[in-house]
Design a protein. Structure first.
Length: 407
């Protein structure tokens, strides 16, 4: 049983970095970021742990930095997960209403949701999320809360996100070896969407693309409901690998070239421009064309966006994206990446900004922190009912004390 303190921690164990964000949940439901910690990630590849000991050390470093900034002791986290093994699909559960008066009860709702989660997954997979979309009563759809309605047949549509159990548990184990508890495991794409989409954008229809170091996670909301989720095992590290191969340079040099000179589009103004690659003594080793560098990046990013668009079109959701596309993750910082995304998707594209969170501006304004902040918002949604109940009890106790002393 978790101690319902107002302190929450979101932990993202990414391919490029480990990020821990500490938040404080106030009695009015507002969330404030009070701490942030980061560490280079050296034990993760394509969003999954490949070196448990190294990952544990990097997690510990990020959490220690966050603890010091927030001046708190971290005891549990909401853990973000990704990886190409994670899949999402829609499913429907059915439940007959057998009571004499045919009134839908809370138990009926519980039972139909349980039925929707009873699915034939591979034995090696487990459900991460079963996100309720809407109910149907005797075929009438679009019902958000069927309790109290009359009917003979209750149905519910849910979006199931699942992943390989052992590959998920590796991340959980790395955290628990630090004597910390994992309050919940959360899909990174879902967390990012929680951070940057407001209610209106979810209603209109929005695609969130979180472009990290090793994976690209994406989710679609329409009508206020999560409709689709997926992962591509492609991220910023693949850009670096492409540059290293295409320019025939070391990975470390390719990463620096990507950061210093990279862009998602090839501008006519750079044609003919070159970069001199020097050694540690400043002597020129060779020359590369800036146009070649950016074309390599352009092709990889274009392919990534095209794959996401193909997935959305096959799911029948492309025409529903009236609010546009929202980019986050470290690759959202690449110059001209939004313009390239607009060309591929044919929709307005925005860099995602966190919504309805207060606190450290350094975290709120950076697209690479969207996932970790979204983990906090997910945790806040879980904690708010308990916090409200505790607040009501405290108010009741205070009222009794006042009455007692008045007498």
């Amino acid at each position: 049983m978790f101690d319902q303190t107002p302190i929450l921690v979101g932990l993202e164990v990414g391919t490029s970095k480990v990020c821990a964000v500490v938040g404080e949940l106030h009695g009015d439901g507002q969330l404030t970021i009070i701490g942030l910690g980061q560490s280079p990630s050296r034990g993760v590849r394509k969003g999954e742990i490949t070196d448990l000991e190294q990952a544990r050390l990097d997690i510990q470093a990020a959490l220690s930095e966050a603890e010091q900034m927030a001046n708190v002791e971290i005891r549990s986290v909401f853990l973000g997960v990704s990886g190409a093994h994670i899949r999402g699909f829609n499913n429907r559960g059915v439940h007959p209403i057998t009571s004499e008066d045919h009134e839908v009860t809370e138990q009926d709702v519980h039972d139909v949701i349980q039925n929707a989660q009873t699915i034939n997954l591979p034995a090696s997979h487990e459900v991460i999320h079963a996100i309720r979309q809407h109910f149907l009563v005797d075929g009438q759809d679009g019902i958000l809360n069927p309790v109290g309605m009359l009917g003979g047949r209750l149905e519910v549509d849910v979006h199931i996100i699942h992943g390989h159990v052992h590959r998920l548990q590796n991340a959980v184990r790395a955290v628990r070896e630090l004597h910390l508890e994992v309050e919940d495991v959360v899909f990174n794409g879902l967390a990012s969407a929680l951070a940057i989409l407001d209610r209106e954008q979810k209603e209109l229809g929005a695609l969130v693309v979180d472009m990290g170091g090793g994976t690209t996670d994406y989710v679609v909301y329409t009508g206020g409901i999560l409709r689709h989720a997926g992962v591509l095992a492609v991220g910023g590290d693949h850009l670096t690998n492409d540059l290293a191969s295409g320019l025939k340079v070391a990975l470390s040099r390719a990463e620096q070239l990507k950061v210093d000179y990279g862009a998602a589009l090839v501008d006519d103004r750079i044609r003919g421009q070159t970069l001199d690659l020097t050694n540690e003594f400043g002597a020129t080793l060779r020359t590369v064309h800036l146009e070649h560098l950016r074309r390599i990046m352009h092709l990889r990013l274009e392919e990534t966006f095209e794959l996401v668009r193909q997935e959305i079109e096959e799911a029948g959701l492309y025409e529903s994206l009236r609010a546009g596309v929202f980019l986050c993750g470290g690759c959202a910082r690449i110059p001209l990446v939004s313009q390239l995304a607009e060309q591929v998707f044919g929709l307005p594209v925005f860099q995602g900004r966190t919504q309805a969170v207060n606190g450290l501006k350094t975290a709120l304004d950076q697209p690479e922190f969207a996932c970790a902040i979204g983990l906090l918002k997910y945790g806040a949604q879980r904690r708010r009912p308990a916090l409200r109940s505790r607040g009501l009890m405290q108010n009741f106790t205070q009222t009794l004390r006042e009455l007692f002393f008045r007498r």
